[in-house]
Design a protein around this ligand. Sequence first.
Ligand code: HEC
Length: 130
Amino acid sequence: MPSSPKSLPRRRPARPRRRAGLLSLALCVAGPAACGSDTDPACDRSYLRYENFGAPFLVSWCRPCHSAQLPPDLRQDAPLDVNFDTVEDARSWAHRIVLTTGSGGTMPPAGGPSDDERALLVEWLRCGGP
Ligand code: HEC
């Protein structure tokens, strides 16, 4: 082999507790199944639920374009397969929703939710969208 990995600088090992927190956060972004309340103590304190937060948020800001109930020509070009009609939809799209609608996100296209509301959406989904 021409180049040896031995010449690369070694990374300092992260402190274990910190690392566990970052790891669970990374898993949460990768998929909500990894974000159950038993992996992140902050989720035990979160009052956010589909009924009191997720549904109203999605109804106000997302379903005007992302609903299977809409006739296709009223979707304003939202992809036909991207719908947030149920809590299961929201959970299965959690990763893309966090990326598109978290702080500085591109959804909804004309803006709307405040940074605080966006942060709550991320918290709700990070906790598994209960
Ligand atoms: C005015 C209509 C409209 C609204 C409201 C809207 N979207 Fe979209 N959405 C679009 C369009 C158009 C596209 C396809 C173009 C694109 O990806 O930017 C899209 C694409 C997406 C995608 C797929 C692309 C990707 O990057 O994964 C996701 C996820 C998404 N939107 C999430 C949301 C969420 C969450 C909301 C509510 C906070 C929302 N959208 C509100 C029109 C809308």
